[in-house]
Design a protein around this ligand. Structure first.
Ligand code: TZP
Ligand code: MG
Length: 215
């Protein structure tokens, strides 16, 4: 059965360092129980073989919940573990090449860092855009535009592709980000570092429902 079905609403982006010493796979599984419906494995410093092993384990867990696993940056890892997709930034792999390597029915995500990124021919190949960052966040410091709600609304007017907001998405700002046009919220610390990742995910889902009613 096909588990690729947009729109996803709550996108967990992993960071083991933010799991407060708890078992990484437990954190992800709790988040899935709470209502995360898409997961991205994001590893910036793991050696290749460890990245592959970790992605394989996560894929098994995600498959159990019928939730797609997306790999950040590495076309090779996405291909090797038969992930459901790949997410890249502006400086990373070319999306056309990535699609050729990983296959035609794989989700391709692209981070938008500036309004001009939308006009690039390669951007058209993306299945969804990351609004990166919606708010500046300590989790990722090398970012460019802080889009804010105004920037998000501008991108919303310029494209019909799904928009995923990422960057300091909290329970306080979640509903307003959705009501300003985001289809999904991507969260790292708000779930990975929550006392209960399952309860946090449930709470984000409720905020998303609130925001959708105001769209
Ligand atoms: N890309 C843009 S902001 C960000 C990424 C990976 C990190 C978001 O982390 P947090 O903890 O949800 O603010
Ligand atoms: Mg990247």
């Amino acid at each position: 059965m096909n588990i690729i079905q947009f729109p996803y609403r709550l996108y967990l982006v992993t960071d083991e360092a933010l799991c407060l010493g708890r078992d990484f796979y437990w954190v992800v599984e709790e988040a899935l129980k709470g209502g995360v419906d898409i997961v991205q494995i994001r590893e910036k410093s793991l050696p290749f073989t460890e990245f592959v092993t970790k992605a394989e384990k996560l894929k098994t867990i995600c498959d159990k919940y019928r939730v797609p696993l997306i790999v950040n940056d590495s076309v090779e890892v996405a291909k090797l573990v038969d992930a459901h997709g790949l997410h890249v930034g502006q400086e990373d792999a070319n999306l056309g090449h990535a699609q050729e390597v990983i296959g035609p029915n794989k989700i391709l995500g692209l981070s938008l860092e500036r309004m001009e990124d939308l006009g690039k021919p390669s951007s058209e190949k993306a299945w969804y855009y990351g609004i990166s960052p919606i708010y500046a966040t300590p989790t990722k410091s090398d970012t460019k535009t802080e889009w804010g709600l105004h920037g998000l609304a501008q991108v919303r007017k310029a494209t019909t592709k799904p928009l995923v907001a990422i960057g300091r998405v909290s329970l306080e700002n979640a509903a307003s980000i959705i009501s300003h046009g985001a289809d999904s919220l991507a969260v790292v610390s708000g779930i990975c570092s929550a006392p209960s990742p399952a309860h946090a995910a449930e709470a984000y889902r409720k905020k998303i429902e609130e925001g959708l009613k105001e769209q």
